[in-house]
Design a binder for this molecule. Structure first.
Ligand SMILES: Nc1ncnc2c1ncn2[C@@H]1O[C@H](COP(=O)(O)OP(=O)(O)OP(=O)(O)O)[C@@H](O)[C@H]1O
Length: 486
């Protein structure tokens, strides 16, 4: 299942041997060849990455890369270039090399590149960075439990990486090549969640103008991740329990049960034990979901992860084609000293800000803008691009923000609610019971406004006083959740 080897293409025998030694010592399985022609013959599904020299007799590394790209569009290829051919390497990157190393290079550089890109094109892409002993142990457990079909329940505060861990479990399992379907139970209005989970037949309720498979069906053969499961209402909990017990699902309006082969992972950031005690969550369902419990510590509880995750985030945001900026020691100290109430999601925002602020190739202390030191909340992740005045009590000065924020809770945007819809669409379906949580309200507003302007994005964004980019982001999120957007 997992892609096993790194292919080294190097015609200098001595250097080839050194490369093989370094990679092998660092636990990579390596196959080495001396020419591009041999490399093409050696490339099979077992190869998860290529390091290739550029200047070789016969076919050069540049041509080799183009040839590989024809049948392996995503295979990470790192070109090794001698001094003076850097421009050629940069040019090569435009055609699809993910990176280059300039000779002579240190062993450390080679290993870092291997760690960064190896298996990058596999469906088992590993974004779960673990450097703290607590997380390393958790990751090992996740790898083990991935081999079974046991239901895993992941607890942890918001932004600690519960979805990342769920994806990791899926990627490490025998289901890795099958779909991973995630649904955020809190983001979908209560009356829509059942249909989204189980699917529905055309005409089975007002608004069901065409048949839709549910998330269970979409995850067939793979993994279904039920995020924020604690938000699910009692009647739906009972239905979910039945589906899990019987391992079959019936679309709403259908009498044909569908046998399910779906592994279920779930997560929540609420205290489920007290939810059970208070009657908010069914104990029997909890025990069915919680066959294997995993708890993600807050970022503060795993300080050794901060630097490693920050580096991964830099890689992620710089793309594969840019030399990675470094973090200066004082800047890192600042990251390490901070409390991270928003966990990794907050770290991600801080890194994105720093990348924007920095000049040169190093993130300096002054580039680190922490939320507690800022008088504006400015997130650049696309999740919240608007500037929200901190602690503002002036509702009129606020914008309709992406931030699922406390500000929004204090000042719900009543002015945006337009109850003038009459036709049956997903929108009117939402209106049957006004959703209580703000995410649902936001969704309702967007769908209503889109409908009002016949799906015209620009006009909708203007009416909601949000940027078109924010609207696009929100629409993409809704689509991800299975909501039909006009
Ligand atoms: N171990 C990790 N390594 C690298 N990035 C991570 C890690 N954990 C989380 N992230 C990043 O942090 C962000 C938040 O992660 P994720 O959405 O999985 O958190 P969550 O706990 O599910 O949050 P919520 O409870 O709000 O749904 C994402 O951008 C994710 O890629």
């Amino acid at each position: 299942m997992s892609i096993a080897k790194i292919l080294v293409v190097e015609d200098d025998a001595e250097l080839q041997e050194a490369l093989v030694d370094i990679l092998t010592i660092n636990h990579f399985d390596v196959l080495a060849v001396s020419s591009a022609e041999e490399a093409l013959k050696a490339l099979d599904d077992e190869i998860g990455m290529v390091f290739s020299d550029i200047r070789m007799d016969g076919m050069d590394g540049y041509t080799l890369m183009k040839r590989i790209r024809a049948f392996k569009p995503y295979l990470p290829i790192v070109l090794m270039t001698a001094y003076g051919t850097v421009e050629q390497a940069v040019e090569a990157m435009k055609y699809g090399a993910v990176d280059y190393i300039e000779k002579p290079f240190e062993a450390k550089v080679l290993v870092e590149k291997a760690q960064a890109y190896f298996n990058r094109d596999a469906s088992s892409e590993d974004d779960f960075v673990a450097a703290d002993p607590a997380t390393i142990q958790l990751k090992m457990m996740a790898k083990k439990v991935a081999q079974s079909d046991a239901s895993v329940y992941i607890s942890g505060a918001s932004g600690t990486g519960k979805e990342v861990l769920a994806r990791y479990i899926h990627a490490q399992s025998g289901r890795a090549r099958q779909p991973f379907v995630a649904i955020n139970c809190a983001a979908i209005p209560e009356n829509m969640l059942e249909a989204t989970l189980f699917g529905y037949e055309k005409g089975s309720f007002t608004g069901a103008y065409k048949a839709m498979p549910g998330k269970f069906e979409q995850a067939q053969g793979g993994t279904l991740f039920l995020d924020e499961i604690g938000e699910m209402k009692a009647d739906l909990q009972a239905k979910l329990l039945r589906v899990l017990q019987e391992r079959e699902v019936e679309r709403i309006g259908s009498t044909k049960p569908l046998q399910l082969d779906v592994r279920v992972l779930s997560a929540s950031n609420i205290d489920m034990k007290s939810a059970i005690r208070e009657g908010g969550f069914r104990e029997d369902l909890y025990y069915r979901l919680n066959v294997f419990p995993m708890r993600l510590p807050t970022l503060k509880e795993r300080p050794k992860d901060i630097a490693a995750i920050a580096e991964r985030l830099i890689q992620r945001h710089c793309g594969l084609s840019r030399v990675q900026p470094m973090i200066s020691a004082p800047a890192m100290k600042r990251l390490l000293q901070y409390g991270w109430p928003g966990n990794i999601r907050e770290l991600d925002n801080v890194i994105q800000r720093a990348l924007l602020m920095m000049t040169g190739d190093t993130i300096k202390e002054s580039d680190i803008l922490l939320d507690d030191g800022m008088d504006i909340t400015l997130s650049l992740s696309g999740e919240s691009e608007t500037v929200v005045p901190d602690n503002s009590s002036d509702a009129s000065s606020e914008q309709f923000s992406d931030v699922e924020s406390r500000e929004a809770e204090t000042h719900p945007r009543e002015a945006f609610v337009r109850n003038d819809e009459a036709e049956f669409t997903e929108t009117s379906f939402f209106e049957e019971a006004l959703p209580v949580d703000l995410k649902a309200r936001e969704m309702q507003l967007i769908l209503q406004t889109l409908k009002q302007f016949s799906g015209h994005r620009q006009k909708t964004a203007e009416a909601l006083n949000i940027s078109p980019r924010t609207l696009r982001y929100k629409i993409a999120k809704l689509k991800e959740q299975g909501v039909e957007v006009p």
